[in-house]
Design a protein around this ligand. Sequence first.
Ligand code: ADP
Length: 589
Amino acid sequence: MESCDCYDTQGHQDELLVRYQYISDVLIAVAYFSIPLELIYFVQKSAFFPYRWVLMQFGAFIILCGATHFINLWMFFLHSKAVAVVMTIAKVSCAIVSCATALMLVHIIPDLLSVKTRELFLKRKADELDREMGLILTQEETGRHVRMLTHEIRSTLDRHTILRTTLVELGRTLDLEGCALWMPSKSGLNLQLSHTLNYKIQVGTSVPISLPTVNELFNSAHVMYIPHTCPLAKIGPLVGRYTPPVSDWSDLSGKGYAVMVLILPADGARKWRDHELELVEVVADQVAVALSHAAILEESMHARDQLMEQNFALDKARQEAEMAVHARNDFLAVMNHEMRTPMHAIISLSSLLLETELSPEQRVMIETILKSSNLVATLISDVLDLSRLEDGSLVLENEPFDLQGVFEEVITLIKPIASVKKLSTNLILSADLPAYAVGDEKRLMQTILNIVGNAVKFTREGYISILASILKPETLREWQTPEFYPVPSDSHFYLCVQVKDTGCGIHPQDITYLFTKFVQPRRGSHRNQAGAGLGLALCKRFAGQMGGHTWIESEGVEKGCTASFIVRLGVCNAPTHSIADKSKSSQGI
Ligand code: ADP
């Protein structure tokens, strides 16, 4: 019988396969059992674990899968029916649990995915927050730089220092390669390089203002990039090595402006960042403010210089005026003493001569000398009074005097001349006129005499009437004019004197000129009698000094006229007999 070992070889190979499967099943079962153990361990350890029961279910599924593999170990050998039943139960259980798990996963997976989406959303939010945080930090840093720069820029009010500091500080803070300031030239047609920092062109270089880039700059309120080919960024042979410069223009107090060109380092690695551009804008605004302050300071310094010059000129003018016043005072002193004394001598000697025996021709001549001397003496005293009034050196007296006596005195003085001219004189003193008053008797008499003297002088026939009254306190308002503002009081009263005549009258148009010194009317029949034109000017000033005013009314030439004045006099409370004695002694009675 031929022996064959084929079956043996076949059997040996099957046995080997079975053994491998056996070992694999052992390992699979171990792995299956270890997974739920690990799950149980981590679920126990974790504080929060969603879908805990699903994991339990998953664990059961794996254990059952492992169990099927484990039971399989017995299937490789002859096995009993009991093993087959156990195997069947295990497989059925595994099938049920795995199907349930599969169905469960259909519900759970969307949840898991939404958890994932939420997780992604949160992650994105966290990134955004990080970015915002970074932005805030950058802004803080920019703010710090701006504060620092502003402090440096504002620490001076000199225009040149402000611009220089701006360039130096910006160059340092932004680590710039170059920095330049262009300003409009005087003609306004060019932009001139006024300040520069590491810039390769010379201060004073100019570019035309009509350049399209410059135009674009004027229309933009913000910083902007300009091409490196632009003449504002002109840097000779190095063109192209620079990153595009940023420039900015600021309105300087609405009048001027400046273009600032900033250039980044030449390596090209750096680009302008938003916060740097912001910083440049803020600094430009601050520079504009600082420059407008500097301009105001410059203007006020200029104004101060001008004021000083004016003060100097005024001082000089004052000194000259003082010298003129001195000269005039000297002249007045001479007039007063050196001219009055001989004048009085001429008058007294002429009067004495008239008392002697003279031929008719001699008498006429002496009378003419006397008349002319009187005129000159009056003129000298008028000029003296007027100049004293004008320089304020004339101080009015304020003494009690016999008021009614003043009018009687005037009539006594004027009557002889009036009777020569056959003019009747009439004095009316109102019943309420106080007998005594306080004031400057001499100046009051002078004023009345001037006015009455004019009335006599300019009247050929008729009468001269003098009316003296006091203004009633209740009628004061009616007398009010722009230059005369009477105020009622118990301590004073207003005396009104009106001198009416039937003389040559005055043309209404001439009335306004009468009170101007050295001016006489051009019309009128008595021009030859006119004097120097000082009498009414003096009366006006005396009345003004005495708190009143003067005026003239006339209905026209040859219709007579009324000259009036008002003065304020003090109410006299002193014993009247002492005043009467005093005035008698002053008149030499
Ligand atoms: P004068 O020395 O010339 O009289 P006044 O100042 O006293 O200077 O007077 C100025 C002018 O006013 C006189 O020249 C005269 O023309 C005119 N005038 C003044 N008073 C009268 C009057 N009562 N009647 C007419 N004209 C008068």
